[in-house]
Write a protein that binds this ligand. Structure first.
Ligand code: WTA
Length: 655
């Protein structure tokens, strides 16, 4: 018996949206032969893409594969920031906006490519003056401000490895991540604005650093002109960013360090099926190639586009498609600091209207929230500048797709539904807007150069019906390992079937034309509002509470967030099952991990359903949380437990 979730794959979607001929005629990819060309020789195809970037020295071998490890562009020397910045400085592009930033309380800052280059060079020299050298790890814990991009690029410029931690994570999550990769420096801010309140990043950092012996220096960005937000500056360890940038170390000349294609560019932590997040390792050359090519193909990006991806730089989408991809392509990137509903529910549409945004990329969870708020909000604004829309992070339900198409795209804009992961570094499955007939709820086909299929548990190809998504050949931006844990890397991704087939952890099915429909995670990872959260992480946070004996966490469907966290908790001794304890436990998880992991429902129970060997039967807990008929209960040690649980769940949350 498997413990995998049950998929609703009964949905039949027959609405189709072929490319508009006018769009198709100007698209970056117009010739469908690109797919066959890539398939005929994927390595040669990726070499062709790599030649679109500037290398300091060519590679001697394009690809080497000793499973489980692949390497791309061996011997090649490159710096991604040279491709994001320097190569745009030769012509008039140097004076166009690289970044346009809008703060939540208002205020717009614009940086041209020349200005951004200068800022990055100065900050790279500042980092060096604090002792950061090639290969050192630097943690970045910032709000969505231009300095976040500057900090990432400055690290990459000198070959330091950045580890960006989402500003919504708690002090404890931050310190775990800092310690796992032994960061030397942390770059943070006095605070950032979110929904009208200040997120106190510096004080969280201070808490985190109580247990981070590797950190020597903290650089603090002052978020606003004038007085800083309340925070403490510890002499010797902490430095204001603006002071350093005015100081003698901040020289404006800083040639980009020639990096080996396989040198690590960054680490980004993501949730897995154990309590400990995984430090996903990306290297330089292959990552740059995949991200550059996909930005160009999928978003059809052009010189004069104003491109806005609403993801935070703390997630992989913010790495690949806020910072590196669009800057390598020389586009203008819009960055917005705050919430979509501040001060009003039309903030995003106001931004698109004001800045004449042409390409907009967001998550289905945001689209479902916009739907709930009502189409009168976008209707108030001129959205005629938009020419392409995208989604990422979770399956999009066809209803949300149609709403996005009608009320934001006004029926004119192609929608790209892009499937990928932190581990893949770049988009893997997506329609190409000039070629593909889009189908709501379907991500489309693997992009040129990517080979994906659907397999069953045994590794047989599934032609009809649902199975497991599998990638059958390495791609340039494939994760190279998990930081410090090669064994976990192999076990998680390259041992489901064999050492050559990558297992992303998602279910999928294909239609008769090979379009993939992604069905969601098949492991113990939840997708809450587009964010990956490991059930084990939440369980560990719960059992960390002094009154909790045992906890089991599952997901249930949620209209806006996609999934919501449901925790089944047994208490110690005589602890009382009160509403106030329930609230305490929710807060405890938020404090331990971050507000994104706060459970929606907490069910107290005297027992958890277990097999005779003592394994918690999550499948039954999922059935209870979803209000479904209970599946097979014959392996339960004590069948009365589930009935009692179901009753208490229905009593509390209406089933
Ligand atoms: C899910 C985000 C359906 C999937 C870039 C994957 C999607 C996980 C889609 C990765 C999509 C991402 N359709 N599901 N278009 N895009 N997912 O690492 O379950 O934060 O494994 O990367 O999000 O999340 P991550």
């Amino acid at each position: 018996m498997t413990d995998a979730p049950v998929f609703d794959d009964l949905l039949v979607e027959d609405r189709e949206f072929p490319p508009d001929p006018v769009f198709a005629a100007q698209a970056n990819v117009r010739d469908p032969a690109i797919y066959a060309r890539a398939r005929a020789n994927p390595v040669a195809f990726w070499e062709e893409q790599a030649r679109e970037l500037e290398w300091f020295a060519p590679w001697s071998r394009a690809f080497e594969w000793t499973p489980p490890h692949c390497r791309w562009f061996l011997g090649g020397k490159i710096n991604i920031t040279h491709n994001c910045l320097d190569r745009h400085l030769a012509g008039p592009r140097r004076n166009k906006a690289a970044l346009i930033w809008e703060g939540e309380p208002g205020g717009v800052r614009t940086m041209t490519y020349l200005q951004l280059h200068r800022e990055v060079c100065k900050f790279a020299n500042v980092l060096r003056s604090l002792g950061v050298v090639r290969g050192d790890r630097v943690a970045i814990y910032l709000p969505m401000v231009p300095e976040a991009a500057v900090a990432m690029l400055a690290c990459a410029r000198i070959g330091a490895i950045h580890s960006v931690v989402f500003g919504g994570f708690s002090a404890e999550s931050l310190s775990d991540r800092i310690n796992d990769s032994e960061c030397k420096v942390v770059i943070t801010a006095d605070g950032g604005w979110r929904r009208g309140t200040i997120v106190p990043l510096k004080s969280e950092t201070d808490k985190a650093l109580e247990s981070c012996p590797s950190v020597n220096h903290v650089i603090v960005v002052k978020r606003s002109p004038g007085e800083p937000f309340p925070c403490q500056i510890r002499e010797g360890r902490d430095h204001w960013y603006h002071r350093l940038m005015e100081g003698p170390a901040a020289r404006a000349k800083c040639p980009a360090e020639p990096m080996d294609a396989e040198d690590v560019l960054y680490i980004l932590y993501t949730s897995g099926t154990t309590g400990k997040p995984k430090g996903i390792v990306h290297t330089t050359g292959g990552y740059a190639v995949s991200v550059h090519a996909t930005t160009k193909w999928v978003f059809d990006i052009k010189e004069d586009d104003i491109y806005w991806c609403s993801a935070d730089v703390g997630w992989v989408t913010g790495h690949s498609y806020v910072v590196y991809g669009p800057l390598m392509c020389g586009a203008t990137v819009l960055m917005y600091e705050g919430a979509p509903n501040h001060p009003g529910n039309d903030r995003f549409w106001q931004i698109i209207d004001d800045h004449r945004v042409t390409i907009f990329y967001t998550a289905p969870t945001a689209i479902r929230a916009f739907m709930k708020w009502g189409h009168q909000h976008p209707a108030k604004h001129d959205l005629s500048s938009l020419r392409l829309l995208g989604t990422v992070g979770e399956p999009i339900n066809p209803e949300a797709w149609m709403w996005y198409h009608e009320h934001i795209g006004r029926g004119r804009c192609p929608i790209v539904d892009t499937w990928w992961q932190t581990e893949t570094g770049a988009i893997m499955i997506s329609g190409l807007p000039g070629l593909t007939t889009m189908k709501p709820g379907h991500a489309g086909v693997p992009i040129p150069g990517i080979e994906a299929t659907v397999l069953d548990e045994q590794g047989n190809e599934v032609k009809e019906g649902s199975g497991l998504l599998a990638i059958t050949h390495p791609w340039p931006s494939m994760l190279r390992t998990i930081w410090g844990d090669d064994e976990r890397f192999v076990k998680t991704y390259l041992s489901k079937w064999d050492a050559k087939t990558y297992f992303p952890g998602d279910g999928a099915k294909r239609d008769d034309r090979g379009n993939f429909m992604i069905l969601g995670r098949v492991d113990d990872v939840l997708n809450v509002a587009g964010h990956r959260i490991g059930t084990m992480e939440v369980e560990s946070a719960l059992v960390d509470h002094e009154l909790v004996a045992e906890a089991a966490v599952v997901g249930r469907r949620h209209d806006i967030k996609g999934q919501a966290i449901v925790a089944f908790v047994t208490l110690k001794g005589r602890a009382k099952m009160t509403d106030s304890l329930r609230d305490d436990l929710k807060q405890h998880v938020a404090t331990k991990i971050g507000a994104i992991a706060r459970p929606e429902d907490i069910i107290f129970t005297a027992d958890l359903p277990k097999t005779r060997s003592g394994k918690i039967m999550r499948r039954l807990l999922r059935d209870i949380a979803e209000g479904r008929a209970l599946g097979d209960t014959t392996t339960l040690a004590d069948a009365s437990v589930v009935e009692a649980l179901r009753e208490s769940y229905e009593e509390k949350y209406g089933g």
